[in-house]
Design a protein around this ligand. Sequence first.
Ligand code: SF4
Ligand code: SF4
Length: 420
Amino acid sequence: MNARLTAEPARSVAGAPQGNEPPARVKPGPPLWLLLELTYRCPLHCVFCYNPTDFATTGPELGTDDWIRVLREARALGAVQLGLSGGEPLARDDLETIVAEAHTLGYYINLITSGIGLTEARIAALKRAGLDHIQLSFQDSSRELNDFLSSTRTFELKSKVAALIRKYEYPMVLNVVLHRLNIDHVGEILELAQQMGAQYVELANTQYYGWAWLNRDRLLPSREQLRRAEQTLERFRAKAGQKMKIFFVVPDYFETRPKACMNGLGSVFLTVTPDGTALPCHAARMLPGLILPNVRETDIKAIWYDSPGFNHFRGDAWMKEPCRSCPEKTKDFGGCRCQAYLLTGDAANADPVCDLSPHHHLVTEAVETAARAIASGTSQPEGANQPKAQEHVLVFRDHRISIPVVTAAPARRADVPESG
Ligand code: SF4
Ligand code: SF4
């Protein structure tokens, strides 16, 4: 667990003495969405990766039989949507077997991939196995920044994969994670997507946990950047019409109310990590004190309905004020538990994105700090060897520095290239 990613680690997940005992049993519906993180292996090193910073210290990956059992158990409970992600799910050579089983069971199957490893032979095999949908990620519209942000040379390869996705008649669905370093390229990103024949583009603003949390002060955009991006987006929509659907949600840090994270933990989403840990949200592993079940020992039915880890944040008995007495709690469920924990040290607090939270200043201060850094030019250092630049180095997702607590100087430091 990356419990020490916050300055003041929480002592319990809800800050309450009852620990993991569910304060009140709330009967949920079925886990409609199943996300299988098949592996943490990934050839890329994205600075915004949401994987836990201690991914290399987790247990061995589940075998094919385990994944198939999970698919069957979750389907029997009512799961219908299946996401296959990672890491890079194509790193598993049994991906086609898993897809074939999921197809037989009747799932709608979405592969979430960087595209690395998606050869023509594999996409043909995945098509035969019954894969329904592929979401391809890009880091930027320019080769230089795409490759910099992932610390690889993959831009050309991704373009080839996009052509294969079209050839095999999948809808073209692109995902680009936005942050300070690429948000000014929204226009170029949309043009690239258009050239590729994209039907759907998700401009996903960075969620600040995992590796992105380590890099937050270098990745958070300014309000001015966000405003420009929204204007560019509107101009593009006006010109291009509805042929390409664009999803863009204002990043949390610029809102005054939080999003209904996971529609409330334990209500519809179930994630299984490579070592079999079951999570009510893909980042929940960081929450200290939350006893998380493992599919190696517990079946999905017991995990979903009976485990303390899934029951803990159901209902509202775990909430603190101001959420507990707030009329909006049935709408946003108090926001994101991981964001509350990372920023305040207590996962039971209101998400500090909310301007009713006594911790809201932590969000506004981060935004102001970002604006100052951009205005003063310290977010675009001239050289990583200069002392000023070293204060602002990016941490790349890397096996060598994947440890439970990242406190040492990062193994890899880098300059930000000129955007263009
Ligand atoms: S965000 Fe980047 S590094 Fe992380 S799993 Fe995805 S492709 Fe790999
Ligand atoms: S106080 Fe809590 S429930 Fe109310 S709007 Fe803010 S985050 Fe939502």
